[in-house]
Design a protein around this ligand. Sequence first.
Ligand code: SF4
Length: 666
Amino acid sequence: MGDDERDFADENATVCPFCAVGCTLTPGEGGRAGGVPGPVNRAGRLCRTGIETFETLSADDRLRTPYVRRDDDLVPASWEEALSRAEEDLRAVRDTHGSDALAFLGAPHCTNEENFLLSKLARTLGTNNVDNRARLCHASAMTALEDRLGYPAMTNSLDDLERADVLLVVGANPATQQPIAFDSYIRPAVNAGTTLVHLDPRANRTTRLADVHLPTRPGADAVALEALCALIDRAGWTDEAFVDARTTGYDAYADSLAAVDAETATSLAGVDVDELSRVARLLGEADHVAAIAATGIEEDDHESTTTADALLNLLLLTGNVGRPGTGMNVFRGLNNEQGASDAGCRPDRLPGYQPVSNDAARERLAAEWSTQVPSTPGLDAREALAAFGDGVRGALAVGENPAVEKRADEWVGERLDGLETLVVVDAFASETTAYADIVLPAASGVEKSGTVTNLDRRVQRLRPVVEPPGEARSDFVILRALGRRLVGDAFDYADPAEAFAELTRVSPIHAGLDLDAVADGGVQWPARNGSETKVLYADSFETSDGRAPLVEVDADVPNVPDVAPNELVLVVGSRAGGFDAAERVDRRLGLHETDAERAGLADGDRALVSNEATDVTTTVSTDGTVREGTAYLHADVADPLVRNGARTVRVRPASAPTGERGRIDR
Ligand code: SF4
C-alpha cells in the first residue's frame, strides 16, 4: 500500500470519496462498491455515484507515473527526478522573488492531514498564500456563519433534522445532490409529519416531497426571506426570550423590518402573498425550524452575504439556533470541502480557523514547527490566479484544477503560462496539468489513509481498500517528501496519524479528537471534554460577546439582473461532486412553455442559448419546473456562458444564424 499505511484499521471499509455526505463503502461484487452501514448511511445504502466508485477510479486515464516538462513536452520521469525538479523550481522562485511569490492550492479530494501538510508547507516557507477553491462554492453562507455565529460550518447534525417541525430548504436540491442524506434523514422526517417548504426559483426533485414551493424570482430569495421575517415579527411570533438573551441589534433590525411592505416585497420576489403568509405562519408557530441551504443562496461576487444573512436572521428571530431540530444546515457538495478549510487551507486562517493575525495562535505553531508564521493574510485562490506571472511566480496545486475558472479561457491560459513553475499533484490529467512543469500522480481516496470531515463536521477515517495504480502515491507521501526537501525535519512524519496528532495539538476545533473514536463511527468537532458536538451554540455563540447579531438586509434592492425584453434570466444548476458526474448531467435547457412558445421553440427542439460572446446549443425541456422569464441550464452546460459573465441570455431555434461565433454543442 505505500509507506504511510501502517497505522490505520484493518477493516476493508472506507468513506465514499465523491461527496460531503460521507457514506461508508467497501469493494463489492463485479468491481462495484458495496454499502456498509455507517454513521451517515445507517442502512448501508449508496447512491449510483458511490456504487461506481471503483470503476470510476480505476479508469484508464489515471496518472500512473510522474512527468516533467522537457523541450515543451511532458515526459515520464522517475519520482526522484520529479521531486528534485519540484524542489529546485519552488526553491528558486522563493530565493529569487520571495516567499509570497509562491501559491499553494489545496483540495476537497485530499484528506485533513494532506491539507494540513499543504498549509504547513506554505507557512513554513513564509507565505499565507494557501487556499482551497472549493470553499468559494459556499463562500457567502460560510462567511455569514463565521462572522455572526463563530464557525463556518453546519450548525447541527444530519440525524437531528428528523426533529424539525418545519424544514426550510433554500437554494438546495438534496434529493439529487446528497441523495443518501435526503433518503436517510429528510424523507423519513417528512413521512413522519415534518413540513417541507422549498424556496427555489426552479422546481426540482426535492420539490416533489415539498408541502409548499415558493418559486422566487432568480436573485430575489433574500427579499422573500426578509418579507417572511417582517410578517413573523408583526404577527408576534418573534422569540423574544431568545432574541433578548442570545442576539444583539434587534431594535435596529426591527425598524428595518417595519419598513418592509409585504405586497411590494412579494411582488419583487415574484411569489404569492397568501402563500408567503402561510409560510410565515408555519415558521412562526413551529417549535423547531431547520434550514437546509446550498449553492442557491450564494451571491455572484462570492463576497456578498445578503441571502445567507436573511436566512440567519429568520432563524435567530424565531429562536431556531442551538437546539436539535433547528439551525443553519449548509449542505456542502465535495468530499472533504469542510476539512480542507478546517485544516488551514485558507489565506486568512490558521488550522482551526484561528486568524493569522492572532499572536498566541502563531506562537503555538512556531513552537510546534520551529519557525515563525507570517501574520498577514495571503492571497485567496482567485487573487492568486490573477497574480500568476506577476506577483506569484510558482504554484503547487494539489488535487486542484485552476485552469477551470469562471473567466475567459484565454485569460486563464495567460495566467498559467505566466508562472515560472507549476507543480501539479493529481489522480487524473486535467486542464491544469497541460500547463504544468511537473506532474505527480496521486492516489485516490479509496487508496490511502487519513481522515476526512463530512458536511456535518464528522471526522471519519479513510482506509486504503485498493492499491493505487502504477507508481501513484498518496498526497500525504508526496507532500511529506516535498516538505522534507524544502523545509526539513518538521515534515518527518512516520504516517498520517502523526500529522493528525499534530493537528489536534495546534487546532482548537480538532483538540480532543481521538483517532480510535474517529475510526469507530466518526466524531463531530469540536470535541471538548472528550465528547463530540452534535449541535453548535447550545449556550452561546463563538463571538466576542457570545451573542449573534441581527443584521439589516437591504430588501429594497434585490439581487435581480436587468433583463431586456427579449432576454431570460439564466438560472444555473449546481454541479455534482463526482469525477464522472458529467455523464449523468441533464444537459437540456429548461424553459417555461410561454417563453418557449414566444421563442418559436417546443419541448425536444434544439435551441441556441446566447449571450454577447457565446452560443450554446442544447435541447429544450418544458417540463413545468421552470418559472416564466428564466432559462435553466446545469452548471456544466452553462459554463461557457458564465465564464463570459452571462446573467441573462437569449434563446432561439438552433437553425437561427449566429454570425462569426463558434457554437458549443451540448
Ligand atoms: S456520492 Fe455521496 S450520497 Fe452517494 S454514496 Fe457517496 S457519499 Fe453517499
